[in-house]
Design a protein around this ligand. Sequence first.
Ligand code: ACO
Length: 319
Amino acid sequence: MTHSRIVGTGGYLPPRVVTNDDLAKRLDTSDAWIRERTGIAQRHIADESQTTSDLALEASRRALEAAGVRAAELDLIVLATSTPDYVFPSSACLLQAKLGVKGCPAFDVQAVCSGFVYALATADSFIRSGAYRRALVVGAEVFSRILDWNDRSTCVLFGDGAGAVVLAAGERPGIHASVLHADGSHANILAVPGNICGGRIEGSPYLQMQGSQVFKFAVRVLDEVARETLAAAGMTIGDVDWLVAHQANARILDATAKKLGLPPERMVVTVSHHGNTSAASVPLALDECVRAGRIRAGHRVLMEGVGGGFTWGAVLATL
Ligand code: ACO
């Protein structure tokens, strides 16, 4: 039986750092409020000239280098984003061109902050089916472009960045189990409810959110889907070395770890210095820990996402 395995990780953060104090200079907010409610101290913001596919390219190059795989050897590219370069073509196609390759299928996945987990589960299915042997899976966002920078209740939460993994066919898992869910009846609690129509923007081009409803929903489903994924793999939380959950808010992460009975030192926290980078948050957090030597070959990692839609899901993998 064919399995898929993560054989390389990469990440990219744009160089410009915006601290809470920077925001407090132009908004009615404070470093203390943002830290206490969210755990966020700073975020990276892309330069105006940088697009999602540019960020994705940097993360992808690093993941390919770590995997020892050439772009020409890829037979699938899946890119998760809610802030694509264009309406079309997909950012995955633009990334493919920037990587200097052609021919392999390339497409975007739109599941907001669950996007990377959705993309990883999709690529895993293709590899397990025998259709492809090497996939590039990317989460990349320029969320700063869809924020109202005068709305203190949303703009302080997010940042830009990209993370990527190379997934390869192998004899052993690799990915043990994945579970995905969606419930579109909650579309209104987190959305950018706008569209381009006849040359104009219809609706709003900015992110809108019912913060406390999102908070409660996220904590509930991150707990439920973790248990469901562990059960599907025939494992328990005691078998997990690291929880790499979507980095939305440190309080959501703390509450999730507590509900799951996971010791806090096994939970990865990067939201403090990345902010919420939506689809990029899980692969960026994974890459940071791999490069720091915290997550190593043989470690078992539970990756979880939750985001607008609502969508949520988890992937359990041994590195
Ligand atoms: N600085 C100072 N005050 C603020 C700020 C700010 N940046 N933002 C809101 N406030 C004020 C509000 O106006 C309100 O003032 P009022 O009482 O005078 O009306 C007060 O702070 C409390 O506001 P709440 O919204 O009740 O604050 P809460 O404790 O719920 O925290 C937060 C808000 C941080 C957004 C929280 O609800 C949360 O973390 N929700 C989860 C949202 C999330 O993580 N979204 C990310 C996208 S979703 C995802 O990735 C899954």
